[in-house]
Ligand binder design. Sequence first.
Ligand code: RIB
Ligand code: CA
Length: 313
Amino acid sequence: MATKIILDVDTGTDDAVALMTAALSPDIQLVGATTVNGNTGIDSTTENTLRVFEWIGMPQVPVHRGMSRPLARPQMQQLNPASRIHGDLLDLPPTTLKPQPGHAVDWLIDTLLASDGDITLVPVGPLTNIATAIQKEPAILPKIPEIVIMGGAHDHGNSTASAEFNIWLDPEAARIVVNCGRPIRLVPLDATHRALVSTEDAGRLRALGTPAGEAAARFVLQRIDGYDATQPMHRAGAAPVHDALAVCAIIDPSVITTQFIPVDVETGGELSVGRTVCDFRFRSRRPANVHFAMDADERKFVAMLLDILGRTA
Ligand code: RIB
Ligand code: CA
């Protein structure tokens, strides 16, 4: 039976691959997408999300526009220029679609309260929408079976030496979510950097001859260009597609390897703000709260993308 999910996105290039993977996978029922400020501003993350669904012929997937700045650090928004890895607008035709009326946070609350408690939340951007929904209506918590988050890092950050972008942009929101008491799987850089997609893989995606395969090839090549130039990985000509790995972990949990540990988020440190603090040795004597992924199966990940993105709506 397909897993129901809501994808919360700051659509950029890897969010776009995640959206297509979720929309086209027979193992996922994509209830809807909510957009948030992150890789670029809320207008563009919303436009980009709509462009993706229109491009793959799935205009029926509801998209709701969400929070336009972080909970407590609005200045963090200005620190995030449209990067070479994402740009501002995706390389897809401008959309003719519109977001649904109403704010994403209110739609999340209404949808979860009306559900049978069977909708997994999959935030792959800053956690501003999810934290705001929890604060506004705590009664949604028992209705959330799991939260699968792309974010965080133990070994090394990407926005700073300490922190990964999604957590760093809104650390207060991230702290609320990782301590909300619901089952959490965290797909951090420690996993996504072990599941790279290469130039050759992009060629295979393009050869699928599907709208999703073509778009994914474009975005992977753009990411490889950006990573090779600004954040070289352990091998050139390949780049992580972070958000798509979080979606694939729902389809086949064996694509990542997790450890159940206490994790919290630093919100006060000057050098460490936004760090996911991982207590692998239980020194804090706090109970484990997060299934933290420290590894990923690159070959399985790429094979899943080729299988799923070869489908059409
Ligand atoms: O650090 C990677 C994460 O930040 C990804 O979700 C990417 O889309 C950006 O949001
Ligand atoms: Ca993202």
